[in-house]
Design a protein around this ligand. Structure first.
Ligand code: NAD
Length: 355
């Protein structure tokens, strides 16, 4: 760091979400974006101009960008390109804020965490949902032990018509569809609230009934998606066995003939928590009672700001990573196993190598 006030940042990948990083870095006191890389020629230059990053340098090769002096890097590439820029940035001695999903395979995630450990750099994963008040409160409630031992949880979400299009639906850039895009949030939230138990086995199903249809491809967000562009899944569900004799059921859809796939909830031996309503169920005087906790509608922009602010603060403080990559390995392993199980059409074991 040049002085105790300035944190110099590079951004790799200057597409959609990089703009959200840029806007927040501009607002975090003492943070400065000094370099941007995008493989599409001219894109990084346009980005620098659009956000007014005076004096920032543009690159088409992230390795060249990493030769510059900077403290941290936001990796904002599409899923298929999360791995190499992250490894290269860590090896170049930069701290990394990597967009979700952490990795497209468990092996890549493990390698990232090992590289962070070896280089002594931070690897933080961009789940801004961790800053939502309901998520923080649900974790506090479960950690207090008021639910007893959690034996069952359900999580997920769904959109009636919400196929994103663009790089999100092509296997070569996204690798996976609804599960990697939005399912990763649901799994992260449930795992975090439960205290990150180890996954043991997964039995899963995926399908692609909507993305390939001419009607739904016409309605993709961002438009201009041809049915043949769609090469990932738009639906996924899984039953995950967790250590401690617990089970997590997960469901996600980018499109479906329904409004919702149900709430995120946790059932424990002493109580239950419905996170969609923030309603806590218990017995008192042998009677079933419930308490309605304050429910906060999460504000994406605020949570996003807090994620960027926390990364900058962690760089300044010399760590720890706000959302450590190592902690996300369990949910990365679940997603890896979901795709394996769906492909094999049978339950699969989850083995997480030591890091
Ligand atoms: N946290 C959130 O709320 C949120 C929201 C949207 C997207 N995302 C995540 O952010 C990532 C990017 O999404 P997006 O919507 O910005 O995608 P995008 O396709 O709009 O942008 C990705 C950019 O990365 C560039 N790129 C690819 N490989 C590169 C490389 N090796 N070096 C430099 N640039 C490279 C592409 O040219 C493109 O400009 C995805 O993984 C997505 O899951 C997160």
């Amino acid at each position: 760091m040049t002085d105790s006030h300035e944190v110099r940042i590079g951004i790799i990948g200057s597409g959609g979400i990089a703009g959200a990083h840029a806007e927040r870095y501009k607002k975090v006191p003492g943070a400065r974006v000094v370099a941007v890389a995008d493989v599409i020629p001219g894109r990084a230059e346009q980005f620098i101009e659009r956000y007014g990053f005076e004096g920032a340098h543009a690159f088409t090769d992230h390795q060249e960008m990493l030769k510059e002096e900077m403290d941290g890097v936001s990796v904002c590439t599409f899923n298929a390109a999360h791995y190499q820029p992250t490894i290269d940035a860590l090896q170049a001695g930069k701290h990394v804020l990597l967009e979700k999903p952490m990795a497209v395979s468990l092996a890549q995630g493990v390698d990232m965490v090992r590289t962070a450990k070896r280089t002594g750099r931070m690897l933080s994963i961009g789940f801004q949902t961790r800053y939502d008040a309901d998520v923080i409160n649900a974790r506090r409630i479960v950690a207090s032990g008021v639910l007893g031992r959690i034996y069952f949880a359900e999580t997920g979400g769904g959109r009636r018509k919400g196929i994103p299009g663009g790089t999100f639906v092509r296997r070569e850039s996204a690798i996976g569809g609804a599960i990697l895009d939005i399912g990763c949030y649901s799994i992260d939230t449930a795992m975090y609230v439960m205290g990150n138990p180890k996954p043991l086995t997964v039995s899963a199903v995926t399908s692609d009934h909507f993305g390939k249809s001419p009607v739904y491809s016409k309605q993709a967000w961002g438009g201009k998606m041809r049915p043949e562009d769609f090469t990932v899944e738009d639906f996924g569900m899984a039953m995950v066995r967790l250590e401690g004799d617990a089970v997590l059921v997960f469901k996600i859809a980018w499109a479906m003939h329904a409004d919702t796939l149900g709430a995120t909830f946790f059932l424990g031996t002493e109580g239950g928590l419905n996170m969609d309503e923030m309603r806590l169920y218990r017995d008192e005087f042998e009677l079933g009672v419930h308490t309605d906790l304050p429910k906060t509608s999460s504000n994406w922009g605020d949570s996003f700001y807090r994620k960027i602010e926390a990364f900058v603060a962690a760089i300044r403080a010399g760590g720890p990573a706000p959302i450590p990559g190592e902690e996300i390995l369990h949910s990365t392993a679940i997603i890896d196993a979901i795709y394996r199980s769906a492909q094999e059409r049978s339950e699969v074991r989850v083995e997480i190598p030591p890091v």
